[in-house]
Design a protein around this ligand. Structure first.
Ligand SMILES: C[S@@+](CC[C@H](N)C(=O)[O-])C[C@H]1O[C@@H](n2cnc3c(N)ncnc32)[C@H](O)[C@@H]1O
Length: 337
């Protein structure tokens, strides 16, 4: 599994988010005057700006209050063609109706990653936080309260960390004396415990950090729910474009599009009413960045874009079983603070 958008951010300098696969996303959405497109992951507004420039109106969602706040000037500038919505994209069908396009650019933004205080990265020390929405249980809550067995599942399933069990047991023991509150403390403890082979490129804590981030933000559940929401909100001919950064996410998009673009043939055992018509028309396979884009923006290296076009068939009931989501421990911690 490759790193997410910016797993290895550099420290220092103002954070700037370079939109990934921008030309390809615009080509997929074909924005035009009179259209309304939902940008489910506003971030720094890279996609939204391009959609506005093409004449479309945009409903842009982000669960991070900082991203929404930073977008207010653009909202004013757009003169009524941009509406910013603070919230999770799993509810994107509550923000608009009958739209021409939905775009999702999954993961964290460079601003989130590079700001030490958000606690996404161990390149600079910060609180062990990782909450995009800035509410709910943090990474520190998970690390300091979950049993070793649950941590093992999270690190193994969401980080594909082969030392998941060893790291989880180390955490359980160490936190008795001193809880993990800072990103560097956790990263150093993992490095000390697991060791690092000479020449090993990625830091031994990378996969655990990725797993915690995905878990704390329920990133896979959010994505699965957003795809069904997109199916409900897109008008016939409307376009869905999703950019992902690692295989767990890409698999969810791929499975959804495969499921929805197939229409099982009826049989005499299946009443006509139960034969489900395809709700999407799949457009090609995954699109990856060009070598030039990767050279200019290494954060793009594992990106994949998948595109599908909504048919006129009625939407289907959301069915979580099609995604093959990993079975994760439930968060049973105090949620609000
Ligand atoms: C990779 S950035 C998007 C960058 C954007 N396309 C641009 O060009 O500037 C992802 C953004 O989506 C937001 N996000 C991630 N998951 C979300 C979710 N489930 N609901 C709403 N926003 C989410 C993050 O807070 C972040 O700001």
């Amino acid at each position: 599994m490759a790193g997410s958008s910016g797993g290895d951010s550099a420290v220092g300098g103002p954070a700037r988010h370079i939109p990934v696969l921008l030309a390809e996303v615009v080509a997929a959405l074909q924005p035009a005057e009179g259209q309304t497109i939902i940008d489910g992951t506003f971030g720094a507004g890279g996609y939204t700006r391009a959609l506005l420039a093409a004449g479309a109106s945009v409903v842009a969602i982000d669960r991070d209050p900082d991203a929404i706040e930073a977008g207010r000037a653009l909202e004013t500038e757009a003169g009524g063609r941009l509406m910013l919505v603070h919230g999770p994209f799993s509810h994107l069908d509550e923000a608009a109706a009958e739209v021409d396009g939905v775009v999702l650019d999954i993961g964290v933004s460079s601003m989130q990653l590079d700001e030490a205080e958000r606690g996404f990265s161990f390149r600079a020390d910060g609180p062990l936080d990782m909450r995009m929405a800035q509410t709910g249980p943090s990474a520190a809550d998970v690390v300091n309260r979950f049993k070793a067995g649950d941590l093992t599942r999270i690190f193994g399933l969401l980080g594909e960390e082969r030392h998941a069990g060893r790291i989880a047991r180390m955490i359980e023991k160490r936190r008795e004396a001193r809880p993990f509150l800072r990103t560097l403390d956790l990263a150093d403890a993992i490095e000390t415990h697991i060791g690092r082979k000479p020449g090993e490129k990625i830091h031994p804590a990378t996969r655990v950090f990725q797993a915690l981030r995905i878990y704390v933000n329920d990133e896979l559940g959010e994505l699965a729910a957003a795809l069904s929401a997109a199916e409900r909100v897109l008008k016939p001919g409307g376009r869905l474009a999703v950019v992902t950064f690692h295989s767990l996410e890409d698999r969810i998009v791929k499975r959804f599009i495969a499921d929805r673009s197939s229409s099982p043939a009826g049989s005499r055992y299946l009443p006509e009413a139960q034969v489900k018509a395809a709700t999407f028309d799949k457009r090609g396979g995954a699109i990856s960045p060009t070598p030039d884009e990767i050279e200019a923006n290494p954060r793009a290296r594992s990106a994949k874009l998948r595109v599908a076009i909504r048919t006129a068939a009625p939407f289907r009931a959301a069915d979580p079983s099609i995604f093959g989501l990993p079975k994760l421990p439930e968060i049973r911690l105090p949620v609000e603070r």
